[in-house]
Design a binder for this molecule. Structure first.
Ligand code: HSE
Length: 438
């Protein structure tokens, strides 16, 4: 071990993850020196407010509000401040000054990743971001390195811990959505702007990052079809359970191979998962990612998807890796060549669906509904008329019909749903959910 080598590490941000990273850098300094061959010297921690309360006590003399000065002369810059600006500018400054960058900033990478990777490539520096997706779970490095010689066909997973916690509470404890959301808020699981979690934006950022990496192409947030969990009520959860499913907010990234060429589809939505599927057993704030690769077959990654200490573990792995590169020399491993595959609109996807309808319980209704599915080329697999109740006038009766389809094109399914909504026999389209994982 060369104890003489010192690498200056600049940390930007001392929130829940940043403060844990600082503490790990300080506490494990000797072990890190052994693993990397250099002493990782925490040169300073840039914060907005020197007096803000922190999760761990940090040496006051390391704190500064002058991020620019800290970046200058650093070998490794760890950006954990979040947000787009000034994080983007700081990262570009660091790269242009020759530093390697480690970041957990999913929104920044999903929206400005291409620009950042280009600058890193130009200067031969590296940008690592294991912490940006699924916190403690190693998923970036497996996609970037371990599977680099394979062909990834599909990734699907639970990438957002707080919505998984909410849906899990609704499913296992039959809590109403508002109550489950309040519990998640009380535990500090939700982002400062909860819409990022509840609206599926956080999962969409992560899906864009994974798809870009897996398919060697540029996928940004705007390319991701996104639906959140706002419309998932206790009734929807109960309906799913009675049909043998659990509702999960899923991210799906897949390669579409069609006669007209290859494209990718990236989408986030609440979907039904068979209760026997391993994904159904992902409880609480955990994440899970399934990767299907041509040669490797199906792989599953599972663990904590959030948390300061857990996310800091992923950051530290990237820091060690960057330090080793500095010691070994050579240019940083850039992003893989970009194929620029087109991103397909969600209408092109093929999946299965469950459609719940409230209808008039009268002769010919089922035939009319079946005719609409048939006209649009959507094949019905099962029909279940599970609830029948009296209408308000006591004379007209209504039924709830649950139809499960075989694999169908999303555009055909949407046309079917539009016609069902307009039909006289359908009083209400209660829910339309994709069925994934089969
Ligand atoms: N808000 C995120 C989640 C935190 O709930 O998963 C980790 O990225």
């Amino acid at each position: 071990m060369n104890e003489q080598r010192r690498l200056r590490v600049a940390l930007l941000g001392a929130g829940s993850v940043g403060s844990q990273v600082a503490s790990m850098l300080l506490e494990h300094a000797d072990a890190l020196a052994e693993r990397t061959g250099a002493r990782l010297e925490l040169a300073g921690i840039a914060v907005r407010n020197l007096d803000a309360p922190r999760d761990v006590d940090l040496p006051r003399e390391l704190l500064t509000t002058d991020a620019e000065s800290l970046i200058v002369g650093a070998d490794i810059v760890i950006e954990l401040m979040g947000g787009i600006e000034p994080a983007r500018s700081y990262i570009l400054t660091a790269l242009r000054a020759g530093a390697d960058v480690v970041t957990g900033n999913k929104a920044l990478l999903a929206e400005h990743g291409a620009e950042i990777y280009d600058v890193a490539d130009q200067v031969g520096a590296s940008v690592s971001y294991e912490a940006a997706v699924a916190a403690a779970i190693p998923i970036i490095r497996p996609l970037k390195d371990s599977l680099a010689g394979d062909r990834v066909e599909r990734i699907f997973g639970i990438l957002n811990g707080s919505t998984n916690y909410i849906l899990d509470k609704m499913d296992r404890e039959q809590l109403p959505a508002e109550e489950a959301q309040q519990l998640a808020t009380d535990l500090g699981y939700l982002e400062a702007d909860p819409t990022l979690d509840l609206g599926g934006y956080d999962a969409a950022h992560k899906a864009a990052i994974l798809a870009s990496l897996a398919f060697h192409t540029k996928v940004s947030l705007d390319d991701v079809h996104r639906e959140g969990i706002e419309l998932v009520t206790a009734d929807v959860i109960e309906g799913a359970r009675s049909a043998g499913y659990v509702v999960k907010l899923l991210a799906v990234c897949e390669r579409l191979t069609e006669p007209e060429g290859e494209s990718v589809s990236v989408r986030v939505y609440p979907a039904l998962i068979d209760r026997e599927h391993p994904m159904a057993s992902v409880h609480g704030g955990n994440n899970a990612v399934f990767v299907e690769a041509a040669a490797a077959g199906p792989l599953m990654f599972y663990g904590a998807g959030a948390g300061g200490r857990e996310t800091a573990s992923a950051v530290m792995g990237d820091v060690v890796s960057a330090a080793r590169r500095h010691i070994a020399g050579g240019i940083g491993v850039g992003e893989s060549p970009r194929l620029s595959l087109p991103v397909a609109p969600v209408g092109r996807i093929l999946t299965r669906y469950q459609v719940r309808l409230e209808v008039s319980d009268a002769p010919g209704v089922l035939q009319e509904i079946a005719g609409i599915f048939n006209d649009e080329g959507v094949s019905v697999a099962t029909v279940d008329q599970s609830q029948v109740e009296e209408g308000e006038d006591g004379a007209r009766r209504r039924a709830v019909i649950v139809l499960a389809t075989h694999r169908a094109r999303e555009s055909a399914l949407q046309a079917t749903v539009d016609r069902l909504r307009a039909s006289d026999v359908v009083s209400h389209v209660v829910s339309v959910l994709r069925v994934e994982g089969e």
